[in-house]
Design a protein around this ligand. Structure first.
Ligand code: CAA
Length: 389
């Protein structure tokens, strides 16, 4: 596979990327198929990723992170996801949906208490927005938080929480003033051991099977008022701001899946012979390789560009929703396209569980759904371009 000389990386970025690649290929690749089969959560490798600084890449060292930039984060998620998309999403949610939100909206005390263990990889963080009847239209949630003196009492049912069954700490969005609709949503930090946090059924899934997903039910869960993240009514904006960061992580995950599927197909196309020549020499296969490679490099440009926009926003405060949505939309649809073509190039053997290509195909699908479907990304992009919001 030829590396195109785009976005020349700094020495630090190259070192980080190489360290992530080395770890992923040595420690994650060999176990990925077994964990996909068993659906077990990969505690041991996630812990090691924490020790290497991968669970809080952009978090300042004072809060237990590696204090690197947004491009470093994307490079690491890409490399980890090339080996296994389940590890990729656990890492992405921990870094983006959890740490990014607490870092940007938390008080000093909240950062010390709620980021330190998660950024260092000693604990796992999750983000809980979706409800059974409220997915794309996230502002219609029903879960309630009611103030009671120095506490809030949380009640409701959340669904599709990545790392829900195992998370030590959660960012949770609840309605505090239903009459105000979206502007009545508030964010909270919840210790997963708090009485009234009930872990629901672990979802059986098509792909990313080693990443645990579940419902979370809150039953008269009392949390200190000091655990409110931001002000009352700021929750929807916090949720959306955090999702912009999350979508770049999912773009990087999708890029990693696409690259893994592409590399398998490229090698196979050069080795497998039919009618007296390698199948890659037939235009039907060669053109597939050309389209796969071109789309991957386009997805990479959009994803790295979104990371740079995110990094710049740390100085300017400018939103990077458009860049994040374009990266996620294109990279996730590229992952699906490339994984589909990779199976086609492999033929029957690509459909077999003996090779990882069918896992790449199953893992790719979710990137078009979570953290905003492709349709939602198109909505964000078109509204932005047409000046509708
Ligand atoms: N950053 C900051 N503010 C934002 C924002 C952003 N990215 N997007 C919207 N806002 C603000 C708007 O400026 C607006 O503020 P004002 O009222 O003050 O003007 C307010 O939020 C409402 O915005 P909209 O009117 O645009 O809201 P909407 O109801 O039309 O929804 C949407 C917009 C883009 C469709 C949004 O609801 C959305 O992204 N939906 C998808 C939700 C999603 O991604 N869910 C996945 C959850 S996580 C998951 O998948 C599980 C997991 O664990 C990985």
């Amino acid at each position: 596979m030829t590396d195109l000389p785009i976005h020349p990386l700094s020495t630090e970025h190259q070192m980080l990327r190489d360290a992530a690649r080395d770890f992923a290929q040595k420690e994650i690749s060999p176990i990925a198929a077994d964990f996909d089969q068993s659906g077990e959560f990969p505690y041991a490798t996630i812990k090691k990723m924490g020790e290497l600084g991968f669970m809080g890449i952009e978090v300042p060292e004072q809060y237990g992170g590696a204090e690197m930039d947004a491009l470093a984060y994307v490079l690491a998620v890409e490399e980890i996801s090339k080996a296994d998309a389940s590890h990729g999403v656990i890492m992405s949610v921990n870094n983006s949906l959890y740490c990014h939100g607490v870092l940007n909206f938390g008080t000093e005390e909240q950062k010390k208490k709620f980021i330190m263990p998660v950024a260092s990889g000693a604990a796992i963080g999750a983000y809980s927005l979706t409800e059974p009847q409220s997915g794309s239209d996230a502002g219609t949630m029903k879960s309630r938080a009611i103030r009671d003196g120095d506490f809030y009492v949380l009640n409701g049912r959340k669904s599709w929480v990545t790392s829900g069954p195992v998370a030590d700490y959660l960012v949770v969005f609840m309605m505090t003033d239903p009459e105000k609709k979206q502007k009545g949503i508030t964010a909270f930090l919840v210790d997963g051991k708090t009485k009234g946090v009930v872990r629901g059924r672990k979802e059986p899934k098509l792909g990313i099977r080693a990443s645990a997903t579940s419902e979370l039910v809150f039953e008269d869960c009392r949390i200190p008022a000091e655990n409110r993240l931001g002000e009352e009514g700021e929750g929807f904006k916090i949720a959306m701001t955090v999702l912009d960061a999350g979508r770049i992580g999912i773009a990087a995950q999708a890029l990693g899946i696409a690259e893994a599927a592409y590399e398998a197909a490229r090698q196979y196309a050069g080795q497998r012979e039919a009618f007296g020549q390698p199948i890659g020499a037939f235009q039907g296969t060669g053109f597939k390789i050309a389209d796969m490679k071109t789309r991957i490099e386009a997805a990479r440009l959009l994803t790295y560009n979104a990371a740079i926009a995110k990094e710049n926003s740390k100085q300017t405060g400018k939103r990077y929703s458009l860049e994040a949505s374009m990266a996620k939309l294109y990279a996730s649809e590229t992952a699906m396209f490339v994984a589909h073509q990779a199976i086609q190039i492999h033929g029957g053997v690509g459909y077999s569980g003996d090779l990882p290509v069918e896992r790449y195909f199953r893992d790719a699908k979710i990137t078009e759904i979570y953290e905003g479907t492709s349709e939602i990304q198109r909505l964000v992009i078109s509204r932005s371009e047409l000046g509708l919001k």
